[in-house]
Write a protein that binds this ligand. Sequence first.
Ligand code: 13P
Length: 253
Amino acid sequence: MRKKIVAGNWKMNLNFEEGQKLTSEIVNMFKDENLKDVIAVINPPFVHLYPAKKLIGDTPNLFLGSQNCSDKSSGAYTGEISAGMLASFGAKYVILGHSERREFFKETNELLTAKTRQALDNDLTPIFCCGEPLEIREAGTHEEYVKQQLTESLFGFSAEEMSKIVIAYEPIWAIGTGRTASSDQAQQMHAALRAHLAGKFGSDLANDISILYGGSCNPSNAKEIFSKPDVDGGLIGGASLKSRDFVEIIKSF
Ligand code: 13P
């Protein structure tokens, strides 16, 4: 059985106090609602991570992740943060290859292989993002485009390594736009990606990989999107900044 996962990507939002407040609210609601069937991950900016870990403590099924890590293990790389540093205080996940990092920070498929390697070597679960821009969707070549992102970044890993990676499909045209992919569009892409993974790593392994959907997911559309057989959860941007919305999305399963 593959895991159901809802991960919040705070992006570059919230000052220190606001971050603490949001984390506390999520932790309290998570405990009150006794949410057991879904794994939830919060991915705040680096400055919030350690205090957030303290607030989360050992809350069952609630984990901490980062939005990025370096492709290097240590050394003279000013401003970078290594996967080992993140793991050292209890972070468990790391978002890699978000389209904003690909676009604004020129992250390539090749660089993302190196970041994924760092994450795996430090026992962090990569949430590996992929997704097409609008012009590719309109040209009808979106499946080939996204499959190629996976091939180029991930197909050099062993089956055992691949089994530890979570995929997040985020069509760029749906991110922060209020325009979500339809549940059928999400299902179609997720099934195509699972088949692609099966072709390389075998169908048993592909069936165990969680594939999350991201892009304008909110409490009113999550239930419909999560109802699709190949959608195993969500990567949530804007709605993860409101504790009630984030918890409602988790409860959509
Ligand atoms: P929104 O949910 O704000 O569209 O962002 C999605 C996203 O980029 C999550 O990583």
